[in-house]
Ligand binder design. Structure first.
Ligand code: NAD
Ligand code: DAU
Length: 342
């Protein structure tokens, strides 16, 4: 595994993976293929040595460009996507284009040159679970977390396009023998996450003197994992995973949104109730929860950043110290949310 292409490597999770590989695997050269949409940022790649990584600015839907890069690679790790549910509810078209047509374009190039492919996906393809309080065993019984056998049941344009892309990968494995793996991960947090997302939006709201915004009653549960742990899991799957398999990535980090927001407020020295409830997201998934037994037992992976309070405190510190990274975009992001009453 000497030359890898990381699509979406200038985004939040992809750039974390690029740094992870460069820092831990000195024999690997990384080519980042990224369109630098509103979510991509060259700053996320600062500090990478020129002899270890390069950035190619381009679209994963550009078949000649993809072909020219893939023919010279040992593996493709595919992170690039339109990733935000709220945006997909306003305009699904770039989601269909990038998440489905873009994945198809990469799969065809990998098939042509017999290149190893890893597909980064989301737990949202499985739809949602009932809240623990509504379950007889409080969510501890069999089948009460997502596994790789849970039927697909996506809710939003975002998650349905990710589900579609996963199914393309499965078909390319079965029909063409593509050497591919899939990972479905839960909600990531950490530095460099775009400020449209829940945790950085609230941190930067507080830093900007804007009241934090909670959708609906805040009972919705997300299964938080630090993005560093996502990167180590993807590397384990890329290098040790069984071809054709799906691995779920999660770190047992279930928290409801209200609790997360209260913790952010507490860590930033604000009253616990200094937020407002705004219009709920249409079709808002209730709860995600990952059973990562297969990944842990088969590949020996364990998460390292499991203290959510400490991870959140570090994340708050990063946004506080790196205002230049997010400040220019803050007003536009909030103006966009204001249009939908959020
Ligand atoms: P992000 O929005 O921060 O970054 C996406 C990156 O993809 C950006 O750099 C963007 O410029 C690039 N991109 C978008 N369209 C492109 C195109 N057509 N061609 C080339 N590059 C393009 O996303 P993220 O949160 O880092 O998510 C990365 C991947 O991980 C996505 O596939 C997402 O579905 C998946 N994922 C995310 C989470 C999460 O919590 N954020 C959890 C599980 C899985
Ligand atoms: O589960 C994995 C998914 O996690 C990834 O596939 C997606 O790419 C990623 O964006 C994330 O999706 P969510 O929709 O769960 O993340 P988001 O940060 O948008 O919202 C997290 C929760 O917080 C969700 O229940 C909605 C709520 N929320 C969000 C915002 C932006 C609020 O209450 N207030 C807000 O201002």
């Amino acid at each position: 595994m000497k030359k890898i292409i990381v699509t979406g490597g200038a985004g939040f999770i992809g750039s974390n993976f690029v740094h992870y590989v460069v820092n831990n695997h000195p024999d690997v050269f990384v080519t980042v293929l990224d369109k630098l949409t509103y979510a991509g940022n060259k700053e996320n790649l600062v500090g990478l040595p020129e002899d270890r990584a390069k950035l190619v600015v381009g679209d994963i839907c550009d078949a000649p460009l993809v072909d020219s890069l893939v023919q010279d690679a040992d593996a493709v790790v595919h992170y690039a996507a339109e990733s935000h549910n709220d945006n997909s509810l306003k305009d699904p078209s770039p989601f269909v284009q990038t998440n489905i047509v873009g994945t198809y374009t990469l799969l065809e190039a990998c098939r042509k040159y017999d290149v190893r492919y890893h597909h980064v996906s989301t737990d949202e393809v499985y739809g949602d679970l009932p809240l623990r309080e509504d379950l007889p065993g409080h969510g501890e019984g069999p089948g009460e977390k997502f596994t790789d056998h849970t039927p697909y049941n996506p809710s939003s344009p975002y998650s349905s396009t990710k589900a579609g892309s996963d199914l393309l990968v499965r078909a390319w494995v079965r029909s063409f023998g593509l050497r591919a793996t899939i990972s479905n991960c839960s909600n990531n947090y950490g530095p460099y996450q775009h400020i449209e997302k829940f945790i950085p939006r609230q941190i930067t709201n507080i830093l900007s003197g804007i009241t934090p915004k909670l959708y609906g009653n805040g009972k919705n549960v997300r299964d938080w994992i630090h993005t560093n742990d996502h990167s180590s899991a993807v590397w384990a799957i890329l290098t040790k995973g069984r071809m054709g398999e799906t691995y779920l990535i999660g770190a047992d980090g279930e928290q409801d949104n209200k609790h997360v927001l209260e913790l952010i407020l507490e860590l930033m020295g604000q009253p616990k109730d200094a937020y407002e409830q705004v219009k709920d997201r249409p079709g808002h998934d209730l709860r995600y929860a990952i059973d990562s037994t297969k990944l842990r037992e088969e590949l020996g992976w364990t998460p390292q950043f499991t203290n959510f309070r400490d991870g959140l405190a570090d994340t708050i510190k990063w946004y506080t110290e790196n205002e230049a990274w997010w400040q220019a975009e803050k007003a536009a992001v909030e103006a966009n949310y204001a249009k939908s009453g959020q």
